[in-house]
Design a protein around this ligand. Structure first.
Ligand code: MOS
Length: 762
C-alpha cells in the first residue's frame, strides 16, 4: 500500500491511537476478559426449528451433571417486562428472552445452562432435551407477501423512509431514456471480531452491573432497567473496549437479559459468551433486499425521474425497513422522485442496523442504475454524474453545508487512471483476463444526537475526559483526546479518556457515524469552559505570575496557562487546581439543551427521537466521496479480482488522518466483501443459515484485499463548527459494490444486478 496522501493543512496531524498500546499488549479490558471471583458460566441452547412451539423441555440429565448450577427455561426464568425496540428504545427484540414456549426463529434461545465452568455448561447444554411442535417456516424474501411499511402502523409510517417530490410517474412516462431494473442483496452479517458477550452481577436485589460490548450504554441501561423493573440509575453498564460493532451492538439483544437473569438466580457473577455460530442469529443482521430502480432521462442523460422501491425481509414483530432510498433521495439533481419501502415478514430473527444501513444496499442499486443509464446514453459514467450534479440538496431544497464531490471525482479519477477506461465494454484484455474500470458516488449523512461530556483536571495536573460514549474500535478515545488536547494546549497522549460507563455523562450512541461530531462538540464545550476557568484562576490567584493579567493575554501550552507574548511566564494546571483548594477542577457541557428538555431528559439519550438529521439545520450536511476500482475477470473461471480501489472523500475536516484513513480502508474492504463474497445462504425449508460461521460466511481476508488508496479532499464544514468535521465511518462502504459491478460490466459487458456478484449465474 502507498503511503497516506498529503492532507490539507486544515486537517489534524496523523495521531497514533492513545489506546493502541493497551490494545496490542492485551491490557485493553474487553467484556469477557474479566474473571471475577466466584464466576459462573452460562451457555445457551438454541431452537432447532424456526416456527412453532416447545412441546417438551427436559433438563433432568443436564441438571444432574457435575458442576451444573441451574438450567433456565421459559418454565422457570424470572418474568421480565417488555422493553421498547427501535426507534422508541434500544431493545433488539420486542420480546424479552425465555418468557414463553413460542419459537419465532431458528436459533432463538430456549434454555441456558449455568455451571461452575464453561466446559461443564457447554457439555450440559448438549443434554437439554427439547421437542417441538413445528409449523413450516417462511424464511426467504420470496416466501411472503410484500407490504408497504407505511401501511403497518403509525410509527412505521413515520419510519417507512417513503418520500417523494414532483411527479415522477408522468416524467418517467415521457422520458426518452428509461431504465427499469431490479437489484438484490442477500442477508448479510456484521462479523465483528469479538463475539458478543455479557458479564453480569447483582450487588443486591435492586442493583445490577453488566459488562457488555455495546455501542450505546445509555440504551442498554434503559433496556435492562425496563426488563428487570429497576431504577435506571441502579443499572450500571460498562463497555470500555469493543471488538467491532458495525450496528450489531446498538440494540441490547436477549442474551444480555439471560446473563442478568442467571446472575440473579445463582447469586453469582455470570459470564455468557455467544459462540461464533450463535452470533449469526442472535444480534441482528442486514436483511435481504430487492430494489427496483426506474430512471427517466433526457436523451442527453439529464435525469428527469427516479423511482426507488425497496423491499426487505423482516421478522414478524418489528418493522425494520432497510431504506435503500437513503442513497438516492438527495444524490442527484432530479426534480421528480419517489421512494417506497416494503417488508416481507418471515420466521427469521429481527434484522438490524448493519454497516451503513440503507445506504449500503441502496447505493449498490442507484449507482449501478446510473452506470446502466450511462451505457444507454453512451456517456462516460463520470460524465453522467457531473451532468446530474446537484448544486443544492434537491430534496430539502437547502444548500449543502459543504460538498466537495466534484473534487472527489477528480481526485479519484486521476488516481485510478480513469482516462484509460474504454467506453466500449469488453475492450481491454490482458492474458486470460478482461480488465475494466468502474466508479460510483459515495455519500453518508452527518447526523447529531445530544451528548454530554465532563473534562477535568486532577490535583496532579492530569487532564481527563469522561462520557458514556463508546469506542467500538473506530478511534473515539483518540478523537476525543485530540479535541480536548487542542483546546487545552496538550498533546493528545496526555489526555486520559474514560468511556463506556453509565456513571459518566450521557452520550449519543456510537453509530450512524455521528459520535465524533456529536460527542466531540460536548468535549470541545467542556474543555473550553474548563480553560476559561483556568484563565480566571490564573488571573485571580495572588501567587500566580499571571495575576491581574487580562484574559486576552493568556493562552495554554504544555499543561500550563502562559502569557501569550512570553510563554516562559506561566503557571501549571496543577498549581491552579491546588490553589483553588479543590480536589479537581472540572466542567460539563451538554449539546442541544432545548432538545433534551423537550424530550424530558433520559429519552433524549435512550431513543432515536433525539437524532437530528442531516437537514435539521439551515443546510444539508453529508459526507461525500467517489469510489473507483479496477477489476480483472478470468475469462474461463469467471472469477473477479479487484486489482485496485481508490476512495476519495470529503468528510469535512479530518481530525486524525491516520484513524480516518483506517476507518475508510475498513469500510471499503467491507464493500469488497459485500460485492464479491458475503452472503448468508438460507435453506428455505428449515430457515437455517447454512454458512453461519466465519469459516463459510466469507468476509475478505488479507489475501483478498487489493491495494487501496484513500484520498481526503474535504474542507472544514461550517455547520459543525467549531470542529468542522463530518461523518467518517460508514461512507467507506457506500458505492463500493456498485463500483465493482460497474467495473465488471466495463471489463466483460455483463451486467450483474445481484450480490454477491457471480458471473456464473445467468
Ligand atoms: Mo452503524 S450500522 O450505525 O453501527
Amino acid at each position: 500500500m502507498k503511503t497516506p496522501p498529503v492532507v490539507p493543512p486544515s486537517d489534524g496531524p496523523p495521531t497514533t491511537r492513545i489506546e493502541g498500546v493497551a490494545k496490542v499488549t492485551g491490557r485493553a479490558d474487553y467484556t469477557a476478559d474479566a474473571v471475577p471471583q466466584n464466576l459462573a458460566h452460562a451457555v445457551l441452547v438454541g431452537a432447532t426449528i424456526a416456527h412453532g412451539t416447545i412441546a417438551t423441555l427436559d433438563t433432568t440429565e443436564a441438571l444432574s451433571m457435575p458442576g451444573v448450577l441451574t438450567v433456565l427455561t421459559h418454565l422457570n426464568a424470572p418474568r421480565l417486562c417488555k422493553a421498547a425496540v427501535f426507534p422508541l428504545g434500544a431493545s433488539g427484540s420486542r420480546r424479552p428472552p425465555l418468557q414463553d414456549e413460542q419459537v419465532r426463529y431458528r436459533g432463538q434461545h430456549v434454555a441456558a445452562v449455568i455451571a461452575e465452568s464453561l466446559e461443564a455448561a457447554r457439555h450440559a447444554a448438549s443434554r437439554v432435551r427439547v421437542t417441538y411442535r413445528e409449523t413450516p417456516p417462511a424464511a426467504t424474501l420470496g416466501a411472503g407477501e410484500a407490504r408497504r411499511v407505511a401501511s403497518l402502523g403509525l410509527l412505521s409510517k413515520a419510519l417507512s423512509g417513503d418520500s417523494r417530490r414532483g411527479d415522477p410517474d408522468t416524467a418517467l412516462a415521457s422520458a426518452p431514456l428509461t431504465l427499469d431494473a431490479v437489484y438484490t442483496t442477500p442477508r448479510e452479517f456484521h462479523a465483528a471480531m469479538e463475539p458478543h458477550a455479557t458479564l453480569a452481577w447483582w450487588d443486591d436485589a435492586e442493583h445490577l452491573t453488566v459488562r457488555e460490548g455495546s455501542q450505546w450504554v445509555d440504551g442498554a441501561q434503559d433496556v435492562l432497567a425496563v426488563w428487570f423493573d429497576l431504577k435506571r440509575e441502579h443499572v450500571r453498564v460498562l463497555s470500555a473496549f469493543v471488538g467491532g460493532g458495525f450496528g450489531s451492538r446498538l440494540s441490547l439483544y436477549p442474551h444480555a437479559g439471560i446473563a442478568a437473569m442467571a446472575a440473579r438466580v445463582v447469586r453469582r457473577p455470570v459470564k455468557l459468551v455467544l459462540s461464533r455460530s450463535q452470533v449469526f442469529h442472535s444480534v441482528g443482521n442486514r436483511p435481504a433486499t430487492r430494489q427496483r430502480l426506474r430512471l427517466g432521462a433526457e436523451a442527453t442523460g439529464r435525469l428527469s425521474a427516479i423511482i426507488h422501491e425497496t423491499t426487505n425481509e423482516s421478522d414478524r414483530d418489528s418493522h425494520y425497513a432497510e431504506q435503500g432510498s437513503r442513497a438516492s433521495e438527495a444524490a442527484y439533481a432530479v426534480a421528480n422522485y419517489r421512494a417506497e419501502n416494503s417488508l416481507v415478514t418471515l420466521d427469521i430473527p429481527v434484522p438490524g442496523w448493519m454497516r451503513a444501513p440503507g445506504e449500503a444496499p441502496g447505493s449498490f442499486a442507484i449507482e449501478s442504475a446510473m452506470d446502466e443509464l450511462a451505457a444507454q446514453a453512451r456517456l462516460d459514467p463520470l460524465q453522467l454524474r457531473l451532468l446530474n450534479h446537484a448544486d443544492s440538496d434537491p430534496h430539502s431544497g437547502k444548500p449543502w453545508s459543504s460538498r466537495r464531490l466534484k473534487e472527489a471525482y477528480a481526485a479519484g479519477a486521476e488516481a485510478i487512471g480513469w482516462s484509460r477506461r474504454a467506453l466500449e465494454p469488453r475492450s481491454r484484455r490482458e492474458g486470460h483476463e478482461w480488465v475494466g474500470l468502474g466508479m460510483a458516488t459515495a455519500a453518508y449523512p452527518t447526523r447529531h444526537a445530544p451528548s454530554e461530556a465532563r473534562v477535568g483536571i486532577s490535583r496532579d495536573g492530569g487532564v481527563y475526559v469522561e462520557s458514556r460514549g463508546v469506542d467500538i474500535g473506530q478511534g473515539s478515545y483518540t478523537a476525543l483526546a485530540i479535541i480536548a488536547a487542542e483546546v487545552l494546549g496538550l498533546p493528545p497522549s496526555r489526555i486520559d479518556v474514560r468511556l463506556g460507563d453509565t456513571r459518566h455523562p450521557r452520550s449519543a450512541f456510537a453509530g450512524g457515524s455521528m459520535l465524533s461530531s456529536s460527542l466531540g462538540l460536548a468535549v470541545h464545550g467542556a474543555a473550553s469552559t474548563l480553560r476559561d476557568r483556568l484563565f480566571d484562576l490564573a488571573r485571580r490567584q495572588p501567587a500566580s505570575p499571571l495575576h491581574r493579567r487580562s484574559r486576552e493575554e493568556l493562552s495554554v501550552r504544555e499543561g500550563r496557562v502562559v502569557l501569550g507574548a512570553d510563554p516562559a511566564v506561566g503557571v501549571d494546571f496543577a498549581a491552579l487546581v491546588s490553589g483553588s483548594g479543590q480536589e479537581q477542577l472540572d466542567a460539563m457541557h451538554r449539546t442541544h439543551p432545548t432538545l433534551i428538555s423537550r424530550l424530558s431528559g433520559p429519552k433524549a439519550f435512550t431513543t432515536m427521537a433525539a437524532v437530528r438529521t442531516q437537514t435539521a439545520g439551515d443546510s444539508s450536511c453529508y459526507s461525500w466521496g467517489a469510489q473507483f476500482v479496477e477489476v480483472a475477470v478470468d475469462e474461463e473461471l469467471g472469477t473477479v479480482r479487484v486489482r485496485r480501489m481508490v476512495g476519495a472523500f470529503d468528510c469535512g475536516r479530518i481530525l486524525n488522518p491516520q484513524a480516518a484513513r483506517s476507518q475508510l480502508l475498513g469500510g471499503m474492504t467491507m464493500g469488497l466483501g459485500m460485492a464479491l463474497s458475503e452472503a448468508g445462504h438460507v435453506d428455505p425449508r428449515t430457515a437455517l443459515v447454512v454458512n453461519g460461521d466465519l469459516g463459510e460466511y466469507l468476509v475478505p481476508v488479507q489475501a483478498d484485499v487489493p491495494e487501496i488508496e484513500v484520498l481526503f479532499v474535504g474542507e472544514p464544514d461550517p455547520s459543525t463548527a467549531p470542529l468542522g468535521i463530518k461523518s467518517v465511518g460508514e461512507i467507506g462502504i457506500t458505492g463500493v459494490a456498485a463500483a465493482i459491478a460497474n467495473a465488471v460490466y466495463n471489463a466483460t459487458g455483463r451486467r450483474l444486478r445481484d450480490l454477491p456478484l457471480d458471473l456464473r449465474a445467468s
